[in-house]
Ligand binder design. Structure first.
Ligand code: GLN
Length: 491
């Protein structure tokens, strides 16, 4: 049955509808694949009993012709999404064995549409990181390796478990979240498709908060069509999240195969960095050529405030994180370390429960929000954020439909290779992705080629607010031209 794991979600949907196989068979095939791939450390919690129950239920509904749009499709869930009755930790020691009594809106919509949960996926602690190395459950392995090497590489982060599991064919798709690139960067590192929808498109309710004005949920999938199918179920207005937007969810899949003829695609000159690897430059040129031959018009655009995006992000995101994470005090959730008095209990719990990167962010955030520094840092970063947003608005006002950029400045790197001495080295991974969060726009990463060592590279398309459909149409053009990539199995 192992070949069932190599289907795309769209192919599996057809096989289930045609009764070629059952959801239970499809689910079992993935559960066996997960068991055989524990060395990747992609799952932090496997839920095989629940998966089989959900699969049986889906099979019964399919038999009666009542299966939803994702009936019987086995998925992995990033451990940032609250899952009722199933441990949810954000991969932080501080949440301990926290078992939510409620389900996040996004996951409940997936179950409403018939999907099956295989388990919870590894991520950077509180989604802070770009390599999935800050998780309290340890790093995740990328199923991709450099040709002729057996060094284990990172899958990117923070949704490293999601990307690794989808690329290694352990689940047919996964939920992920993106605050500064955490869907798109791991997708690019693993040859999977990841879309961060417009801020407000998916409900944040029941997702562990990192930086609330930037956080957005989205899927990581095996193809552009699969991502479209998943996003349709994940998106939608939710009165429980006041930032979720009340506009209808389109049938994203209908955008696949739509002509992109006459679309205007911007190439931002500020994204051409000094010292950018030749293979990234080449990939970008190829992507532009593919879109041009599909009938799109390529134009150079300028996003002049790009260089301030990363520094401004590393003020805004930690500021919000420091206040969001204030709730982890040892009283309400998870871990508790006793102390002589309540203050000491807070201090001991937080010192013991948060990892080094999270502590760094809390300290930076507290500092930039403090009375003497608020205007100099936080307020100024917010002003820069407005300018970044305006850069994009100016572009779109000139008739640009989408913007094409590389997804990442490099291919995947080895575990422990980056950021050890200088955290900024790690932060630089997000150089092409954070601008999109700062502006609240949708962005998709699509596999587009390989570097000379055989590692996958991705391209990013950035769209107008709530025009994810344009990204799916353009993304599929790239996918058709580049082909799909699967790693050679070594685990
Ligand atoms: N890598 C970025 C950070 O560490 C973004 C993470 C994310 O998008 N969740 O903040």
């Amino acid at each position: 049955m192992t070949d069932l794991t190599s289907l795309t979600l769209a192919e599996a949907r057809k096989g289930l509808a045609d009764k070629t196989f059952t959801s239970l068979e499809l689910t079992d095939a993935h559960l066996s694949a997960i068991e055989a791939a524990r060395v990747l450390n992609a799952f932090v919690m496997e839920t095989p009993d629940q998966a089989r129950d959900m699969a049986r239920e889906a099979d019964a509904k399919i038999a009666k012709g009542e299966g939803g749009p994702l009936a019987g499709i086995p998925l992995g869930i990033k451990d940032l999404f609250a899952t009722k009755g199933v441990r949810t930790t954000a991969c932080s020691k501080i949440l301990g064995n926290f078992v939510p009594t409620y389900e996040s809106t996004v996951t409940s919509q997936l179950w409403r549409d018939g999907a099956v949960m295989l388990g919870k996926l590894n991520n950077d602690e509180f989604a802070m990181g770009s390599a999935n190395e800050t998780s309290c459950f340890g790093p995740v392995g990328n199923p991709w390796r450099r040709e002729g090497s057996n060094t284990t590489l990172v899958p990117g982060g923070s949704s490293g478990g999601s990307a690794s599991a989808v690329a290694a064919l352990l689940c047919m798709g996964a939920t992920a979240t993106d605050t500064g690139g955490s869907i798109r960067q791991p997708a690019a590192f693993t040859a999977t498709v990841g879309i961060k929808p417009t801020y407000g498109r998916c409900s944040r309710w029941g997702i562990v908060a990192f930086a609330s004005s930037l956080d957005q949920a989205g899927p990581i999938a095996r193809s552009v069509r699969d991502a479209a199918m998943l996003l349709r179920s994940m998106a939608g207005h939710d009165p429980k999240d006041t930032t979720s937007v009340d506009i209808p969810v389109p049938d994203y899949e209908a955008a696949i195969g739509k002509s992109v003829k006459g679309m205007k695609i911007g190439i931002p000159k500020e994204y051409r960095l000094d010292g950018m690897p030749a293979e990234i430059e080449k990939l970008w040129g190829e992507g532009a050529a593919w879109l041009r031959s599909a009938g799109a018009e390529l134009v150079e655009v300028s996003l002049p405030h790009t260089k301030y995006a990363l520094p401004a992000y590393y003020i805004v995101a930690p500021a919000e994180a420091s206040s969001n994470l204030a709730r982890y005090d040892g009283v309400r959730y998870g871990l508790r370390e006793q102390g002589k008095n309540i203050i000491e209990l807070y201090e001991n719990t937080r010192a013991e429960g948060f990892g080094a990167e999270v502590r760094r962010r809390v300290m930076i955030g507290t500092y930039v929000l403090s009375a003497g520094y608020y205007d100099a840092y936080y307020l100024r970063a917010q002003k820069v954020r407005t300018l970044i947003k305006k850069d994009f608005e100016d572009c779109f006002a000139k008739g640009v439909d989408a913007i094409l950029t590389p997804a990442t400045p490099s291919a995947a790197f080895g575990i422990g290779e980056k950021g050890g001495a200088d955290p900024v080295e790690m932060y630089l991974n997000d150089i092409f992705t954070v601008t999109v969060n700062m502006a609240g726009l949708p962005g998709i990463a699509v596999p587009a080629g390989k570097d000379p060592q055989g590692l996958p590279l991705g391209l990013q398309l950035i769209g107008r607010p709530f025009e994810e459909e344009t990204l799916f149409s353009l993304g599929e053009v790239i996918e058709q031209a580049a082909g799909r990539f699967t790693p050679a199995r070594w685990w």
